[in-house]
Design a protein around this ligand. Structure first.
Ligand code: KG4
Ligand code: ZN
Length: 331
């Protein structure tokens, strides 16, 4: 079984080939057009996907040394994501499905972040996944392939969104998550204690208060510019501390309450070094197994779509040509 995976939910146009021998190629065309706007502009994302999708797929096939005729099924991100952006990938995949007479597999992007952990490793069920990306933050109990239950999610901003919005306040470029991560490495995480919300309230998260508190904290400073110049890395480290502490405390609670013997990190924010370190310490303390995707499979990519498509095909989870994109979970 040879699967072509396509991802176009946000600002990366990506294609990958996955077979029973593993991942054969993983190509990403990142869209730089959004940088000057400090966030993703949906219409520009759709146009850029449209422009690059065929070239990206071509490159994924060439790198894998696979001809289009050898593809057995095509997996594509169905949602959540930007509607116009999703449509580009889905229409391409449908066209190819009809032209080649091969099945279509609509993949949930959040599932794919979780199953990215299966590219290089073989996590044992049941496990708890802390899925943290730019658009979503959730704790999921996974009892078997695609047998999963969301234990809790964010009530407002996602963890990555919090990094990005706070980065904007601090004058950092978009996406600010990786920049804050880098600066945190030479900052003091105890420089200022920012609020850690909802620690006692089950598995739900809230990060919008943190953003406001960073804003107020800076407004109180007499000379904001020189204060920031001197302490930017300390503030970044303190913000990273507040975000990762909440994430890891809730992850601990989820593991303890479910009694699972393995846990994993998934999504763009799982690239965060402080979160990775804290999760490693937690796993060592609890004596359970921890899986974290390789850096390249943390942020959006098509390898995760292809591997999830492969696993869905094994379960007979195919879509038909009526498959529609969905922007969020409720749609
Ligand atoms: O999973 P992803 O690529 O896209 C979504 O599905 O949303 O996640 C992107 C998010 C962005 O908010 C970005 O700032 C964040 O992941 N991110 C990080 C790091 N690398 C990416 N946040 C903190 N530390 C990082 N190293
Ligand atoms: Zn994502």
């Amino acid at each position: 079984m040879t699967i072509l995976g396509i991802e176009s939910s946000c600002d990366e146009t990506a294609a990958a080939v996955y077979t029973k021998e593993g991942l054969k190629s993983n190509i990403i065309a990142s869209q730089s057009v959004h940088r000057r706007y400090g966030g993703v502009v949906p219409e520009l994302a759709s146009r850029a996907h449209h422009k690059t999708i065929w070239g990206t797929v071509r490159q994924a096939l060439d790198t894998a040394n696979v001809s289009i005729k050898e593809i057995d099924a095509i997996a594509v991100t169905q949602g959540p994501g930007l509607m116009g952006a999703l449509l580009v990938g889905i229409c391409f995949a449908k066209g190819m499905s009809v032209a080649r007479n091969i099945p279509l597999i609509g993949v949930n992007h959040m599932d794919a972040h979780i199953y990215a952990n299966f590219i290089d490793e073989n996590p044992e069920y049941p496990f708890v996944s802390l899925t943290v990306s730019g658009g979503h933050t959730q704790l999921v109990l996974v009892e078997g392939p695609f047998n999963q239950k969301v234990l809790g999610r964010t009530r407002d901003d996602a963890a990555g969104e919090a990094f990005d919005k706070i980065g904007k306040i601090l004058g950092l470029p978009y996406p600010a998550g990786p920049v804050i991560d880098e600066k945190s490495k030479t900052g003091d995480p105890e420089f200022h204690r920012f609020p850690q919300a909802l620690l006692n309230e089950g598995f739900e998260f809230s990060f919008s208060g943190l953003k406001t508190s960073v804003l107020y904290y800076l407004e109180e400073k007499d000379n904001r510019e020189s204060f920031l110049e001197e302490h930017l890395n300390d503030i970044c480290a303190s913000v990273s501390e507040a975000i990762t502490e909440v994430l890891v405390k809730k992850l601990r609670k989820a593991v303890e309450e479910t009694g699972v013997q393995s846990m994993l990190l998934a999504g763009g924010v799982s690239a965060n070094s402080m979160l990775r370190e804290k999760a490693k310490s937690l796993a060592a303390e609890l004596g359970i197994k921890l899986h974290i995707p390789k850096m390249a499979y943390c942020t959006d990519n098509a390898a995760m779509i292809a591997v999830t498509g492969y696993m869905m095909a094994q379960q007979g989870m195919y879509s038909d040509l009526n498959m529609k994109p969905f922007a969020n979970f409720e749609a």
